[in-house]
Write a protein that binds this ligand. Structure first.
Ligand code: SAM
Ligand code: SF4
Length: 542
């Protein structure tokens, strides 16, 4: 809900009294102290309550001094490093800081508050966070009142040490402190103090979703359905920085998705470290049962989810790909290694045979399913023979796409203590070999789609439209979107009946003319999607 902001100066001894009075008028406005020393407050008035609020003030003015003041909006620069969960958290951070008067800015230089939401899953992401924080120290030298906060996994992991190491930082807040953030920022504004909040609970409180303003880009949104992880894969820092696995109540998830759909969202991607174990610990519904509830939400076109741990991929989830018309035919099923010996050392709790069996069942049930995966190269003790097995697995599965990473030691992860570490040059070499191999399969999978008509959910205008590439000379508007199997399609309209409308959020039938390594290119056919075709990859090629 967007509130109306008004700023006032009052006798600072009266601020508490004002807040107390307004509580009696339940919900008409919330008062925030902007500057306690000057008695400056901001009233966030609920829409439709402006008149009632003005009457209350008029009454109070008889006894205390209240005068309106002009205030500059405060600017928040929010930088997100890492996974989709951090993207979701950052949006929620922005929503929570709006009532304090913060509006988001794309310029670091004009910010009054800078928040860096960090990731520590791999060493590179952590280095990126520290190098950015180093740059911020220089900005703060010329702007003393700037507040700098560090959140996310690095903040959780390093806590107080960040304040010791970097005098420019005012706040370190952990992965479970998002709900407490407004209070922490308020304290810093009022007292110019430095704070750390990295408290972690065994059962975490999942912050309630706050609705944001509608923007055209809101075609597809992430929805966090669970937090934390209990799997303790040997290489992974997540259980230590994101805490114990906790699922969100289904009602809260459904409510969030309904609000998103009312605001124009057409596709949701459900997020969890292992969605297959959703609800089990707290005896909520199962993940396929949750999918059934979401599938019934009117107006929603597509559902995706990530990530699925292979050990917990159930037969019920496999058939969900057949039974739920909105569930897109794509699964991200991280395998990590093609060697049983390495999988055991990684504590992944499945073998390659079991993994391949699940891949076969998925393809039997849903013939057009796209499968992607994560692979770590150079895990401690990985021999040439182990690495060869990973390459063999890639050839056997023929993934649609892969995210491959060089192993890095992470704090607290058990693999730190494992012997036989692989050298950096060898890890780099293995990564390149693997990526080169996968590139062939990615291209081949894309090429198969040339000549077919795909239902593309349009995100917005394509970046390529300005240059007219890759169709040189083509001056028609180019749009971008994704197929049900999650492949990026850039397309143009030409004589399409909808040529003058915005296509963002629309399902458009696109004939695929060209395939590249990481995208497809085609032309809108004007064909209308049928109910059955909403998610399916219907092939109209002869
Ligand atoms: N929960 C998901 C799962 O089980 O696959 C993914 C979690 S993690 C945020 C994303 C990916 O980062 C992992 O699948 C793994 O490939 C990679 N990763 C995690 N720890 C790593 C490490 N220490 N070194 C290199 N890659 C790592
Ligand atoms: Fe990390 Fe394993 Fe949990 Fe994924 S399942 S977050 S890799 S511990």
């Amino acid at each position: 809900m967007k509130t109306i902001k008004q700023h006032y100066r009052v006798d600072r001894r009266e601020i508490a009294f004002l807040k107390f009075i307004l509580e009696a008028y339940d919900g008409i406005a919330v008062l925030k102290t902007e500057d306690a020393s000057q008695g400056v407050i901001t009233a966030h008035i609920a829409p439709g309550c402006e008149k009632q609020f003005a009457d209350v003030l008029q009454d109070l003015k008889k006894d205390i001094m209240i005068e309106p003041v002009q205030m500059n909006t405060k600017h928040l620069y929010l930088h997100t490093i890492g996974c989709q969960m951090n993207v979701y958290d950052s949006e929620q951070i922005a929503m929570r800081l709006a009532p304090l008067g913060y509006e988001q800015t794309a310029s670091m230089d004009s910010a009054d508050l800078i928040i860096i939401n960090t990731c520590s899953v791999r060493a590179k992401a952590e280095q990126k966070a520290f190098s950015l924080l180093g740059r911020l120290a220089r900005i703060k030298r010329n702007k003393r009142r700037l507040i700098i906060g560090v959140g996310g996994c690095v903040a959780q992991q390093e806590g107080e040490k960040i304040l010791e190491r970097m005098p420019c930082i005012d706040l370190v807040f952990g992965t479970q402190a998002i709900d407490r953030l407004p209070r922490l920022i308020q304290q810093i504004e009022d007292r110019r103090c430095r704070l750390v909040d990295v408290e972690m609970d065994e059962v975490q409180d999942i912050p309630e979703f706050l609705e944001g303003p509608r923007t055209e880009s809101q075609v597809s949104k992430f929805v966090t359905i669970m937090r934390g992880c209990d799997n303790y894969c040997a290489y992974c820092v997540v259980p230590f920085v994101r805490g114990r696995e906790t699922s969100r109540e289904p009602e809260s998830i459904i409510r969030e998705i309904r609000i998103l759909v009312e605001n124009g969202v057409k596709e949701v991607t459900l997020l969890g470290q292992n969605v297959n174990s959703y609800g089990k610990k707290q005896r909520l519904c199962s993940f396929p049962e949750l999918l059934a509830k979401i599938n019934a939400i009117e107006g929603l076109l597509r559902i995706r989810f990530t990530t699925s741990h292979p050990k917990d991929l159930s037969p019920e989830l496999i058939v969900a790909f057949r039974d739920f018309d909105k569930l897109c035919p794509h699964i991200h099923l991280p395998v990590q290694s093609g060697s049983d010996r390495i999988l055991k050392r990684m504590n992944r709790k499945y073998t390659i045979d079991q993994y391949l069996d699940k891949v076969a069942k998925l393809r039997d049930t849903c013939t057009d399913i796209a499968i992607t995966s994560d692979i770590i190269v150079g895990f401690p003790g990985e021999t040439e023979a182990d690495f060869e097995k990973t390459l063999e697995l890639i050839k056997t599965v023929e993934y649609d796409g892969l995210f491959a990473f060089q192993y890095s030691d992470r704090p607290n992860a058990p693999s730190v203590k494992l012997p036989d570490k692989i050298s950096e040059p060898l890890k780099r070499e293995r990564l390149q070999t693997l990526l080169d191999l996968q590139e062939k399969f990615t291209k081949r999978k894309n090429k198969v789609l040339v000549g077919s008509t795909q239902w593309v959910l349009t995100d917005g205008l394509s970046k390529k439209q300005v240059s007219g590439q890759p169709d040189a000379g083509n001056r028609a508007l180019q749009w971008t979107g994704r197929t049900p199997s999650n492949k990026i399609v850039n397309f143009y309209l030409d004589e399409h009946p909808a040529a003058n409308q915005s296509l963002a959020g629309q399902l458009i039938g696109v004939r695929i003319d060209k395939a590249f390594s990481h995208s497809l290119f085609g032309k809108a056919t004007g064909a209308e999607p049928s109910a059955g075709g909403l998610k399916g990859v219907e092939n109209y090629a002869a």
